[in-house]
Ligand binder design. Structure first.
Ligand code: G6Q
Length: 546
């Protein structure tokens, strides 16, 4: 089911939104709040264990009505159903998109090609649990009989960012007797630094790669195998120190990993949507099966809400529509995600891939060029650190940067006054952004006339605040699913395919051609442009000089 590009900007709701945006642009959040004293209680929604306050957005009831109408006119409801019912909505790769099956309860039915995939999902989860329990209990021994004390996940992109983020996010729940490291970059330093203080006899490598052909991952996996064999001597050690997460059994076996120790997933799981599949093996090793299952429950609750809640109360739909509102009607180019929870320090990096690899597209499903902006740039840092860095631009810069603040009522490990201070800051930031400080206020404080303009805060800068009781595995699952579905909502409005990533292919292919040109002793004729040729020649010359 596709629409033509032409249609989006011609939809009645889109045209109405354009007109409505004209009117809203000149309305200040101060006015909206003073006109409706209950605004802060009205523009709220709840799902799973998350509470969303979206009152500090530049919206009225009419805005929400129009955005919901836009969602309906774009067929969002039908598209959600197409995903949940296993249709091949990733049309450029002819694949279903069923990450929602990864967290479906054991007795549910999620089918594609006439087959319920849930039993396979749970079979893999059971296999993972069994393995994890053996490692964590010490039953699984390394080649020399030592217990596994270090786990190194080797993967990149979707096979790295989710596991790293989840490990950091759930560190509080993790087994501190096991050291976890993550190697992704083909820059050898990543591997060297990750392993320099580890004993191979106590180290387990998880080679996480859907395809098992990714250049970075395979290069790192080979270096890991060499490192292990240098210290442990025998090839037989590989079976005790390497497991794989992949869809490619043949390549896994060719690498020397026993396919008994391979954890599978399916082509209907996209890389950036895979952290709750077997790609999450390192997460499960860190926090144990029970917490992993609780995380899946959090995902599932969000899935059900997304599928069934009316758009007016549907948190991922609302947040997705608000991001469209700012991107397309306020010319906002970015969205900042600002978690006031240090354990979520890798969450913005994870979201960069989820959002931008998904909707960083400029053709619609039918292949025509879009005539409107698509994915904004997502970025962020944990508060309060960002406040002492880039928040200046968010408060007083020339660009509109909608913010998502994420906060928790309870600290996982309370320390003195820290948590109240942290929370006071997140609340203060959204208040300052929304309401600012007027010329008159600044002046009445006795500020010298020449300094007044520098100290004025315009305000009227929008934000969402997501609040939960505490960062549990379940809450993390809901939070991730929330953003997955925000991305889905955006993709449906913009009529793009959020599930392919053709834009990463060209660079990969060119690198394959350049590798022999850098490594080779003979000098093949260089056939690139003059800039690339010159850089290659310079690299070669300088490499020779040592
Ligand atoms: C994600 C992308 C990409 C992928 C990596 C790793 O959606 O497809 O980031 O996850 O390129 O791929 P492999 O898991 O196949 O090594």
């Amino acid at each position: 089911m596709t629409r033509t590009t032409f249609a989006l900007t011609k939809l009645r709701s889109w045209i109405a939104l354009e007109k409505h945006a004209e009117a809203i642009r000149s309305v200040h959040l101060r006015t909206l709040f003073s006109q409706d004293p209950k605004r802060g209680e009205r523009f709220c929604a709840e799902v799973a264990d998350l509470f969303l306050d979206y009152s500090k957005n530049r919206i009225t009831d009419e805005t929400i009505q129009l955005l919901v109408r836009l969602a309906e006119e774009c067929g969002l409801r039908e598209r959600i159903e197409s995903m949940f019912s296993g249709e091949k909505i990733n049309i450029t790769e002819n694949r279903a998109v069923l990450h929602i099956a990864l967290r479906a309860p054991v007795n549910s039915n999620v089918s594609t090609d006439g087959k319920n995939v849930v039993p396979e999902v749970h079979a893999v989860l059971q296999k993972m649990s069994g393995f994890v329990n053996r490692v964590r209990s010490g039953e699984w021994k390394g080649y020399t009989g030592s217990r596994i004390k270090n786990v190194v996940n080797i993967g990149i992109g979707g096979s790295d960012l989710g596991p790293v983020m989840a490990y950091e996010a759930l560190r509080h729940y993790s087994d501190r007797s096991i050291t976890f490291r993550f190697v992704s970059n083909v820059d050898g330093i990543d591997f060297v630094e990750a392993t320099r203080d580890l004993d191979p006899a106590e180290t387990l490598f998880i080679v996480s790669s859907k395809t098992f052909t990714t250049m970075e991952t395979m290069t790192n996996a080979e270096s890991a195998r060499d490192w292990l064999l240098r210290k442990l001597g025998s090839c037989e050690a590989v079976a005790k120190h390497f497991v794989a997460v992949s869809t490619n059994a043949e390549k896994v076996a060719a690498f020397g990993i026993d396919t008994e120790n391979m954890f599978g997933f399916w082509d209907w799981v996209g890389g950036r949507y895979s952290m709750d599949s077997a790609i999450g093996l390192s997460t499960m090793l860190a926090v144990g099966p029970e917490h992993f299952f609780a995380m899946l429950e959090g995902f599932h609750e969000m899935d059900e809400h997304y599928r069934t809640a009316p758009f007016e109360r549907n948190v991922p739909a609302l947040m997705g529509l608000l991001s469209v509102w700012y991107t397309n009607f306020f010319d906002a180019h970015t969205i900042a995600v600002l978690p006031y929870e240090n354990y979520l320090k890798r969450f913005p990096a994870y979201l960069q891939q989820l959002t931008m690899e998904s909707n960083g597209k400029s053709v619609t499903l039918d292949g025509t060029n879009v005539t409107y902006d698509t994915s904004p740039i997502y970025w962020g840092e944990p508060g309060t650190n960002g406040q002492h860095s880039f928040y200046q631009l968010i408060h007083q810069g020339t660009r509109l940067i909608p913010c998502d603040f994420i906060a928790f009522v309870h600290a996982l490990t309370p320390v003195g006054r820290h948590h109240d201070i942290l929370l006071a800051n997140v609340l203060a930031q959204s208040e300052a952004l929304a309401f600012g400080k007027t010329h008159e206020q600044v002046k009445s404080e006795g500020t010298a006339d020449w300094l007044v303009p520098h100290r004025v805060f315009d305000g009227n800068r929008p934000s969402n605040t997501i609040m939960a009781d505490r960062l549990t595995p379940k809450v993390l699952g809901s939070l991730i699913a929330l953003y997955e579905h925000i991305v889905f909502t955006q993709g449906a409005i913009w009529n793009v395919n959020p599930f392919d990533q053709w834009g990463v292919e060209l660079g990969k292919a060119l690198a394959q051609a350049i590798i022999p040109e850098l490594e080779g002793t003979e000098s093949p004729e260089l056939k690139h442009d003059s800039s690339t040729n010159n850089l290659i020649l310079r690299y070669r010359q300088m490499k020779e000089m040592k």
